[in-house]
Design a protein around this ligand. Sequence first.
Ligand code: GLU
Length: 288
Amino acid sequence: MKSATPYRGRLAPSPTGLLHLGHARTFWIASERAREAGGSLVLRSDDLDAARFRMDYAEAMLEDLRWLGLRWEEGPDKGGPFAPYEQSRRMPHYRRALEALHARGAIYPCSRSRRDVVEAAGAPHEGGADEEPLYPASFRPPADAPLPPLGTSVAVNWRLRVPDGQVVRFTDTRLGEQRAVAGVDFGDFPVWRKDDCPSYQLACTVDDALMGITEVVRGEDLVRSTFRQLLVYSALGLEAPLFHHCPLMKDDAGLRLAKRHDALSLRTLRERGERPEAVLASFAAAGS
Ligand code: GLU
């Protein structure tokens, strides 16, 4: 693991809706950690979800974060040494990573539907509805089966073969020691989709590594993704950053905030005349 100096953090919003208070709080924590470490902050637009991407959301998220008082040194609006900072413009990097995984035999093509996997996996996983069901080992091709070529345009899902039984660990800078068992707590997961697009796990890992991020700050709902990403780092021979998972914000009914909570979007608060200082003060009062 990398030492945290010189610190490089990142904000990685997805332009698929308006940012709400929960995102804002995570981004505020990320920016405070970068500031306290005397480091720099990168803004990366996670705009790979073509079906949900909207240009107006991409503009709104930058504007809303600026309104809140957050600043970054590199990003789509600023440029920087690791440009471009929009994932949709970084395909060659992801493709190179896919080819490296293919050359190492770390992945395999999978034509099972999500439904096949859900049915075979039985009871939903502990992680709840957001979690991928455990991919059944019986669906895998044998480890020594020759891999078909990737082709110039990928038309099938490719999954990473996780090392069954291997304990994956990291020391979260907030939560402390974390461990999960590959093949038990999570199974083989997609790195590339049949619509010829990298998965979040692959794109995020490649970008955090190539952009020299030293600490990834994100919501606690992504701890299981972090374990998966650690396996991608290791399969690609990349050094993993530190991780800091923030508590999730809940609404009054105790539900996790989501983009559907329009009333709690930064945009709505701003239109209602809330002051950014008051929003930040409420985050500071809640602690990080
Ligand atoms: N764009 C992702 C999200 O908004 C980023 C998650 C992460 O920080 O890795 O959920």
